[in-house]
Structure formats: C-alpha cells, structure tokens
Design a protein around this ligand. Sequence first.
Ligand SMILES: [Zn+2]
Length: 84
Amino acid sequence: MTWLLTGPTGTGPVVEGHFCRAFAPAGGRVVDVACARCGDGPLLAGDLAAGDEAATAVVHSWLAGTGWRLAGPVCLECVGELSR
Ligand SMILES: [Zn+2]
C-alpha cells in the first residue's frame, strides 16, 4: 500500500510510505483516496487524514504531481487507459 504522511518539518509536506495496512502508522484516523475507476489509491494518515482545507490542498498537489486526474479522482493508470 502507498501511504501519504505528513513529512517532518523541513522535508516537505508529504512523504510516501510503503507498508501494508496492518502496519498503519500509530494512532489517528486513516482515510482512503480511491480512484473512481479502479478503487485504487493511497491511504492518508496523520495530519493528512484530517480532511481540512490545508490537508486537502497538500493531497491534491501530490495527486496532480503523480499524474492523477483530480476530477473523479482517477488514478494515473486509469487516466492512461481512459485516454486510449
Ligand atoms: Zn484507477
């Protein structure tokens, strides 16, 4: 699973983690970002799961930066298939 976490101060707003759901970062809520087409997507933890405006902006910029289409949202792979 890809996780998006708030980076330590000074390293940027988002760090990617790769571990399975059972090894979720300790504490707090977890929010799924699901592709509208395939249901895949990163999990948000920490401050990014708060769902407030700042967190949403950070998540959206990460998604856009990795090739997601925010309308949907649709993941990188599905964007590629839809444009075929
Ligand atoms: Zn998808």
